[in-house]
Design a protein around this ligand. Structure first.
Ligand SMILES: [Zn+2]
Length: 143
């Protein structure tokens, strides 16, 4: 059992990768967070696309650190889909390496009073219970 196994998130619906997003899930399965990027003009794209929206060039999934700031978040108080016990928080992180590129995920272990737009956060990859996917989870670093 790895440290990541001990931090499994509660049961969630499983991703259904399509040709555009398969590279993202392939990377997380290998323990890497990677975002779609144009090979030619270096434009980041999230959600991923099959071709670049700027120049129609080929794309790749480029590794990123997962360090960023909290762009927004919500508190889920009423369970409407299978998932962890309520309340829980879903956030959107803006990645430092790719300004304007945002990634959504559950926020783990944060005191709700500490959540503010613009605070430093990072993404950790953790097993998603109920399947074989590794999913991004937003973590608020503790000082
Ligand atoms: Zn391009």
């Amino acid at each position: 059992m790895t440290a990541a196994d001990s931090k499994r998130v509660a049961t969630w619906p499983q991703p259904e990768p399509d040709p555009d997003s398969a590279g993202f899930w392939d990377a997380t399965a290998q323990g890497r967070l990677a975002i779609c990027r144009c090979i030619d003009c270096r434009t980041w794209m999230q959600p991923p696309l099959e071709r670049c929206r700027q120049c129609a060039g080929a794309v790749e999934f480029a590794p990123v650190s997962g360090i960023g700031t909290l762009y927004s978040w919500i508190t889920v108080n009423r369970q409407s889909v299978p998932g962890p016990e309520v309340p829980y928080h879903i956030g959107i992180i803006e990645l430092d390496v790719a300004p304007g590129i945002r990634l959504a995920g559950i926020i783990d272990g944060a005191d709700p009073a500490s959540l503010q737009v613009g605070i430093d956060v990072r993404v950790e990859l953790r097993p998603l219970s109920g399947g074989n996917f590794i999913a991004p989870v937003i973590v608020v670093p503790q000082d």
